[in-house]
Design a protein around this ligand. Sequence first.
Ligand code: BGC
Length: 940
Amino acid sequence: MTKLSLPNGVVPVKVRFEHHTSGLGVGTRAPRISWHLEGEGNFGPTGYEVERNGAETCSVEPYEQVLVPWPFSPLGPGEGAVVRVRAGSAEGWTAWSEPSLVEAGLISPGDWKALFVSPRRSGGTGAPAPYVRGSFEVTGEVRRARLYTTALGAHVAYLNGHRVSADVLAPGWTSYAKRLAYQTYDVTGLLVQGPNLLQALLGNGWYRGKLTWDKRHYYGDRLAYLAQLEVTYADGRAQRVCTDTSWQAAESGVLFDDIYDGQTTDLRIDGPAGPWGPVDVVECDMATLFAAEAPAVRALMALPVREELVSPSGKKIVDFGQNLVGWVRLEIRGGREGQEVSLRHAEVLEGGELCTRPLRKAEATDRYLLKGAPAEVLEPIFTFHGFRYAEITGLDGAGVDNVEAVVIGSSLERTGWFESSSAELDRLHENVVWGMRGNFLSVPTDCPQRDERLGWTGDIQVFSPAAASLFDCSSFLGSWLADLAADQRPGGEVPLVVPDLMPFRPGVAAWGDAACVVPWVLYQHFGDLGVLERQWASMRGWVDWVASQAGESRLWSGRLQVGDWLDPTAPPEAPHLAKADPDVVATACFARCAGIVAEVANLLGRSDEAERYEALASQVRRAFADAYVTPSGLVMSDAQTVYAIALAWDLLPTERQRAAAGRRLAELVRLAGHRIGTGFVGTPWVLDALSDAGYCTDAYWLLFQRSCPSWLYAVTMGATTIWERWDSLLPDGSVNPGQMTSFNHYAFGAVAAYLHQRIAGLAPREPGYRSISVRPLPGRELTYARTRQLTPYGTAEVAWSRGEGSFLLEVTVPQLVEAHVQLPGSTTVEVVGAGKHRFEGPDPLDRGLSGLGVAEPATRPLADVLDLLGDEEAWAEFSRAYQELTGGGEESLLGILRRLARTPLSWLPEMPVGPGGKQLPPEERAGLAKVVSSLQQHMP
Ligand code: BGC
């Protein structure tokens, strides 16, 4: 292979603070600083200088640029600093970075002078959303104004009639009784000389609306608003405006609002529907307040209507061509005063009509009472829906214009991309991105459409590696983990959902593991040891609790588990009835988490605990192997999932067991006709386990499978998001009859991590991509794949292509980073530094080599049935011939062959392999024998 490097100039860029997006209102007085170096070539910094306010400078060690401790004296509450960075080298200093502003928020409860105010005449959940308002005078030139604000409920704030920010459903959802976020807004430009009016509209949000199947008012029955406006005048004077008893309240035209059910708006009521009445001060523990660090929920984009439809019953339905989360905005022309127009939403159609059954009790309906103006805009503010289709009723002759879907979600920065020569694989990846967009909405939710939308711990546990490869979710998940820790029960038990709404449900394996896995994933991707420090007690707590459940045996067995949820063979109404034994899964999860905690203890310098958890992890591994693994490597319950996790989590003690488990996993995948056989727990690991064991062809075959169940099956059925079930839509186009059928669940989208890290081949090798591993895995189904990752150190890229016998790999390595490159077809690892690198050679696939650089276990010559099932060409030819000869289909043939796996291929025609398991008649036997012998002869 030949290698070329191209050097070039360098400058520090993107100076940022903690994981905060704007730097405004950070929740610490000593925010850690990050930047990276942009420019090509391999730059070796001798150190950095960090400058504050153009005056003070501090030196920083050469090798650090991610989350560097604040080198200056701590900031006071609300105090700001303008920070620049430059790097030194043997040739001198680089230019200074662009200046970045950081400003501390209100840090301690004592910094708050404002009081929570609530309308005295407070209606319940079904009553109109209230406004609260307060006025004040501005008496001079304003240099700076900051609004610190939050609510019990959701709020939209207006200053002098202008919306203060584009945030949606602020302050977001946290475990309110313990943690309530506040936002900081720069409102300098909205103040006017003389009288000013600050006003907020309050919605029920997660605080007082419906949650789960049966809860309402979960957190409290009174909405309240808190605002503290800090004004600094040019002459140095300071003014503070606070919510207090002088504020007033009135009703609004938002007659009803609920996250699940939708919003009803009376457009005839423009602004507050007087009369204004008094407010009460309500108690709230100010120690629960914290500066929001996670990016706020915002409108992310708007999509036009792709097609207008008329349903068989005559309803007007608009199709946005994409399953999404948000609402519909439209303009009505020529409506009558008081005319009611409504919109119902759904993810799918059935029989051409809106299919709302999967929404269960969520009404997902927005209603508007028109003003009767020549043109009026219809758009809700305190709800969201998961939908692709919307049905518009009540138009009654009025015209509709500018219909668009407003997509909302937490405004995370996109950091990872993947592209390949397969349009279907790219669509699968795009579906994962859409699933994440819609379900990273303040908390990581299971789904965005039905009466659920909860922070299910298991879902994010399995999806977090994919999430961290796609978007910068460090502060989003970091904040959610703080809620997880806050909601953890005495003894360390982790709730099923966070924020916890089911305190009566016991902790279960794989779900509670989020406590250990999510911080670990964040550490790998974003390099923040601080998240491990903050979560340490929580991580350890979960493992301690599991240990207490397992007892001396170290086997966590005989308890209620969710297990390998939604294994495709589980009945629609019993998704926990997986092939993988729940006790085997639970103890495997226990071993994995104990191992993570031991590693974290080491990283945090907690050597005693490290020893204790290492010992625990090895005891659990031993107990697992003794109880559930035969010496020859069979794992109890003999399902794809148990092999995948036993291999991926290193639970098999001997080489013999590991080799046998890899072989057995490949056999099970082949016997299933390369259809997926895993649920939530096994799905993220099955392709890795196959590839690592050397069965890369089987991994590709499984990934590119289009029959049900498989990843691409949903794509062939027109999916635009990842489905909850492998068959949320059945092959005949009907909706799965299970009462739990969402079309937007990200768990099975965990495969995106495999696309980035294995297919394209870019993975963090050290935390934060401080060094990267480049291990592309080409396969016959692809001629190229590429991935790009904005790492904390800068942009890394891997792109490979193959064709006409050659293979080309291009790698871009950020400054300060080392890439360990292992080319397919080679067992050696080459280490390269920053810059662009190009490697060329013969196509390894032409030499029968797998992506690991080793020859795959050969299936040819085709000796037995398993060999046949493991050879794509031979299998295609055989099943086609079988169908022609006997009329039997592939599915039933697979069912028959499952019991004949080790049967020599040449015996097969004589076996009872006819449709229905019957012996074949003589002519068909002869025909099949001919096919078999030709397959066996034509092999190299
Ligand atoms: C959710 C899942 C969740 C599961 C666990 C479902 O209702 O939608 O994603 O993890 O319950 O019981």
